[in-house]
Design a protein around this ligand. Structure first.
Ligand SMILES: Nc1ncnc2c1ncn2[C@@H]1O[C@H](COP(=O)(O)OP(=O)(O)O)[C@@H](O)[C@H]1O
Ligand SMILES: Nc1ccn([C@@H]2O[C@H](COP(=O)(O)OP(=O)(O)O)[C@@H](O)[C@H]2O)c(=O)n1
Length: 299
């Protein structure tokens, strides 16, 4: 296989690893060369040709919490039920400690959006599995950092779909897509590639059990369904999206049921994960709790 990769970037570029499976490139600032300002991973895999691109600008941001030199660079897996605050916690921690943040649920949502837009759901909501299998090569998921928030935005085939993947329509169709073994296989492979060098916080359903079973810190988050539905309802209303509390509650419970009962990598707490019920915690309290867990795990 011969691949040509043309990249135009303002800074010295170094190819740090190039195998038959992936190319790893680091970009340095011209003046300060201590740390790369961006890292690009391109996975080459004939059975999983989804490409990933993650400009790791978080590294160039000054973390609020000074990670001490002697601290280990670790992998942090945050799993749990839908809408309980996993990504809020994961983002907050990643920003605080200067780690990469990956929302694995966004990847399943992007595949779902592709299916909606390419008519891969039948009239009764059934998935056209054979067609999706054929199309999986055409689904390219990537993350780009929002220059204002410094948080990753999900792109599907180069288009920013961050808002479109958060609608209730996608939420209501994503869990059946996530039961498909070939979809999980493709996405898990990419997630593992992204986390190869540690220094990553990833949230989802199977991160501590399947994606990174050796993660040094695993958290399993839960909250009551009513509280979770209320949080999601408030979020959608704040974004100006029409929402019904009852529909959201039904969606939250239905996704939990499908996620827990699927055959491949069902949602469950890893034996070595720490359980957190954040029903009565504020966002600030859960952030502090998580930073303390990090300090302990990275010692
Ligand atoms: N402890 C908390 N208290 C109140 N709202 C929260 C809390 N944690 C998260 N939220 C809010 O709940 C909503 C769902 O959180 P999110 O992080 O997207 O959940 P998940 O990633 O588990 O689906 C968001 O609007 C978020 O701001
Ligand atoms: N690692 C993951 C992440 C998400 N998912 C699926 O993708 C859906 C959407 O994930 P999400 O993290 O965006 O869900 P929310 O809890 O944020 O609503 C979940 O309900 C799961 O069905 C999964 O199966 N495995």
């Amino acid at each position: 296989m011969c691949i040509s990769l043309w990249i135009y970037l303002r800074g010295p570029v170094q190819i740090v690893a190039c195998t038959t499976e992936s190319i790893r490139i680091e970009v340095y600032n011209r003046t300060a060369n201590a740390k790369p300002i961006a890292r690009i991973y391109v996975s080459i895999n004939s059975t999983c040709p989804l490409l990933d691109f993650y400009p790791e600008k978080l590294l160039s941001l000054k973390p609020n919490y000074k990670v001490q030199e002697k601290m280990k660079k670790i992998t942090i897996a945050i799993d749990g039920f839908s809408s309980c605050g996993k990504s809020t916690m994961a983002k907050d921690l990643a920003k605080e400690i200067g780690y990469i943040y990956i929302d694995s649920g966004a990847m399943y949502r992007a595949v779902t959006l592709y299916c909606i837009e390419h008519n891969l759901f039948g009239p009764d909501g059934e998935i056209k599995t054979d067609e999706l299998k054929q199309d999986i090569d055409k689904i390219h998921i990537s993350f780009r950092l929002d220059p204002v928030t410094s948080l990753p935005r999900t792109c599907l085939n180069g288009n920013d779909v961050e808002e479109r993947i958060r609608t209730l329509e996608v939420s209501s169709k994503v869990s059946p897509i996530a039961t498909l073994g070939f979809v999980r296989e493709a996405l898990v492979r990419q997630q593992q590639e992204l986390g190869k060098e540690k220094g990553i916080v990833m949230d989802g359903r199977d991160i501590g059990t399947t994606v990174f079973p050796d993660a040094e810190l695993k958290i399993f988050v839960t909250a009551s369904p009513a509280i979770r539905a209320q949080r999601r309802y408030d979020e959608l209303r704040a974004k100006g999206q029409p929402a019904s509390y009852e529909d959201i509650l039904h969606n939250v419970e239905e996704r939990d049921r499908i996620d827990q009962s699927r055959e491949v990598s069902p949602l469950r707490k890893a034996d070595d994960a720490i359980l957190l019920d954040n029903s009565h915690m504020t966002i600030t309290e859960q952030k502090e709790w998580l930073i303390n867990q990090f300090k302990r795990a990275a010692q």
